[in-house]
Design a protein around this ligand. Sequence first.
Ligand SMILES: Nc1nc2c(ncn2[C@@H]2O[C@H](COP(=O)(O)OP(=O)(O)O)[C@@H](O)[C@H]2O)c(=O)[nH]1
Ligand SMILES: [Mg+2]
Length: 300
Amino acid sequence: MINWLSSLKKSLSKSSSKISSGIDNIFNKRTIDGEVLEELEELLLSADLGYEATSMIVKNFASVKIAKEATADDIKKLLADNIAELLHPCEAKLSFNQKPHIILMIGVNGAGKTTTIGKLAHKFKDKQTSLIAGDTFRAAAVEQLSIWGQRNHVKVHTAPIGGDAAGLCYDGLKQAIADGDELVFIDTAGRLQNKTNLTDELKKIVRVIKKVIPDAPHHTLLCLDATTGQNAVEQVKIFKEVADVNGLIVNKLDGTAKGGALVSIACTIPTPIYYIGTGEGIEDLSEFNSEEYANSLVGL
Ligand SMILES: Nc1nc2c(ncn2[C@@H]2O[C@H](COP(=O)(O)OP(=O)(O)O)[C@@H](O)[C@H]2O)c(=O)[nH]1
Ligand SMILES: [Mg+2]
């Protein structure tokens, strides 16, 4: 737990140093007046919290009585509590109640879908798992998933490059059932540039999945690249239009100052956040905890 916490703090250090030093500068023994609140607003917007979350927090700051002798840490605690409250409804734990339990992974190229599948297969290594390499467009993607499969000692279903992803899903799921798998991850291609194509292909994949298992996919998880900040919020909206997204995984929180984007998502388009990715390694995936995240984000 201690290790995990310190690694989260380290991952969020770019985001937190921005917010933390901003708070130090703004609240430097000043009376909380309109000017201070305006500076706070600017800081939160620049940290990617988005307009809605920022105005809620600023309004709260305006309404509570902050003692003149309040330290920077007191202010940070108040901010962290505000952020945690906004994030709390998005806290979620992944659990499996079907056999096989089907998880469809979607998101734009580079959002970390393939990597996250590798990390999750490791996390749930006590389950009999298989992977379906549904990104049939890029040879590298199939190879990448196959490597994760080897690393985790799980079966990977692949099709020739350029092959039919939906057909592969059909065959892969039939095999998974025959093998008695408990957990199946389906990787997909992500080409947001061409929304019609993406929509059509995703819908076709979902249709075919349902042909084999009517109530699947049990989870449709959208992977986001945190370094894109506000654009990640846009992606949630767009993908919710084309698929039944019922969970998020936010990757690349290490090395970005845009960790505030999660608060923006929580306020504008609340969706369960299952995991956060904090590196390229197999262990770099943590369950999302609103309080810890908020504390780390403001540098407490
Ligand atoms: N720093 C960092 N890199 C990540 C993280 N997740 C994925 N990546 C890297 O981002 C790149 C794209 O990931 P990939 O899984 O191929 O994305 P996909 O196109 O959505 O399948 C790869 O080089 C990954 O190693 C993360 O949490 N942190
Ligand atoms: Mg991929």
